[in-house]
Ligand binder design. Structure first.
Ligand code: F3S
Length: 448
């Protein structure tokens, strides 16, 4: 599940209204969808939480990017059904979109919907009709603002764009998210500002294919124009752009990173470092183009984290081609590699390719990629040992040594600190050790 558990308790205002638990799998775009669902439900008089608890209804917002994601979606719906046999269970998102409604109903869902705005409206209608005890005349405060679902108000996710017109050979997302559709500058700016006013210190702008933002608008625009307007027209303290492709890394875009409110973190999905595999995947860049984009980023933002996704075992991938991927990963020096074994998705071009890589070879390549990720990630984090970086503290959990706080640096290193309450504070923090896949930080002084 993407969202971390909230540790707070329900306020009195919340307890008086029927509770809907929204559970999110998948990517940041899905988190943005969950936040939109939460806002619509709050406006209709429901209270929402992002964890399993005693709730009248559950919304399971699913993912279908791989067969593992399908299995997780199925498991979560089944376990919610088992835990709360009396509750209404709604299944939304990419899983029913790719496998069909029937598969979701077969798991015990009472309501099934996809990924579009009309689906969210139908969900609210369904719950309103089926949980009529809500007090619709008293919506929760701040219902117009993107309420951070996963991190107790520290970060909010705002969707700028939906859908993808590229047809990458392995990818099911164009089927689950449809054609490209950009939201206007006015709408995105308003949502970012509303998130800030509701208390979010950091806003993450998301989309299925963010680099395509603006090309379908009546007056076509580029993503850098959207970012510039967000910086100019809102009071956002920290802004992240969730993911881009190497061909989107233009001088106009990078020039904006002079503004310290734009976080030095770029997620560029590589998928493979072999040109012939990239061509067969129908990606629109070469290995060299990817490297140039990374170099351009480093030239303007030397401390930036560049993170990526890589697929091991794409049909026909040879040992040599896989070695090219490892080599390119080293050359770029990624801060994190999300490694995926190739997963055939129905109705995609790659699923019809006959030269499958065996499960054993794919497993072995996954092991090597994971080891490389561990090495490169540790190398990246080690560079910042003993330095002070701004950390936005997001969540708290209990550890053996007491309350442990978790947050991210500007360049997306996860930082853990023991000590007093830090939620939603943005503090200069001394990074004093490597810890799991992040670092430990010295607990900053209490606010006076
Ligand atoms: Fe999963 Fe859909 Fe996101 S398939 S990765 S939730 S776009």
């Amino acid at each position: 599940m993407t969202g971390r558990p909230l540790t707070g308790t329900m306020g009195a205002n919340m307890a008086a209204r029927p509770v809907v638990a929204i559970l999110t799998l998948g990517c940041k775009l899905n988190l943005a969808d969950s936040e939109e669902i939460a806002r619509s439900l709050q406006a209709a008089g429901f209270a929402t939480v992002d964890r399993v608890c005693e709730a009248e209804a559950f919304v399971v917002n699913t993912c279908s990017v791989t067969h593992v994601a399908d299995a997780k979606s199925r498991r979560l719906v089944r376990s919610v059904r088992r835990l709360a046999p009396e509750a209404r269970v709604a299944v939304t998102g990419c899983f029913p979109q790719s496998t069909g409604e029937a598969a979701a109903f077969a798991l015990g869902a009472d309501f099934v919907a996809g990924t579009r705005d009309a689906d969210k409206a139908a969900l609210v209608e369904f719950l309103s009709a089926n949980l009529p005890s809500r007090n619709a005349t008293q919506p929760a405060p701040g219902t117009n603002a993107p309420r951070p679902v996963g991190s107790a108000h520290a970060r909010a996710f705002v969707k700028a764009q939906e859908g993808c017109n590229d047809v990458c050979a392995f990818c099911i997302v164009p089927q689950t998210r449809g054609r490209e559709e950009s939201r206007t500058v006015v709408r995105v700016v308003a949502e970012v500002q509303a998130a800030v006013e509701s208390g979010a210190r950091e806003v993450v702008v998301t989309g299925t294919q963010l680099g395509a933002w603006g090309r379908d608008l009546a007056e076509p625009q580029k993503p850098y124009q959207l970012i510039a307007q967000i910086l100019e027209q809102t009071d956002v303290v920290r802004l992240r752009f969730s993911s881009l492709q190497p061909q989107d890394i233009s001088p106009e875009l990078l020039a904006l990173w002079e503004d310290p409110r734009l976080m030095p973190h770029f997620h560029l999905a590589l998928q493979s470092g072999s040109d012939s595999i990239l061509q067969r995947m129908r990606r629109r860049y070469s290995a060299h183009g990817f490297l140039l984009a990374a170099e351009r980023i480093r030239a303007v933002s030397p401390d930036a984290a560049i993170t990526t996704d890589v697929i091991a075992g794409f049909p026909g991938e040879t040992d040599e081609q896989f070695e090219e991927t490892l080599k390119l990963c080293r050359e770029v020096g990624f801060a994190r590699i999300h490694c995926f074994p190739y997963s055939p998705r129905t109705r995609t071009a790659a699923a019809r390719m006959l030269n499958r890589v065996s499960a054993e070879v794919t497993r072995e390549r996954m092991g090597r990629l994971t080891a490389l990720n561990d090495e490169l990630s540790a190398r990246f984090r080690s560079r910042f040992l003993g330095t002070v970086r701004p950390v936005l503290w997001e969540t708290e959990r209990q550890s053996e040594d007491g309350p442990q706080w978790f947050g991210h640096t500007d360049n997306y290193i996860g930082v853990y600190a023991l000590g007093h309450a830090l939620r939603n504070r943005l503090t200069p923090t001394l990074l004093n050790g490597l810890y799991h896949d992040g670092m430990t930080g010295a607990c900053p002084p209490e606010e006076s």
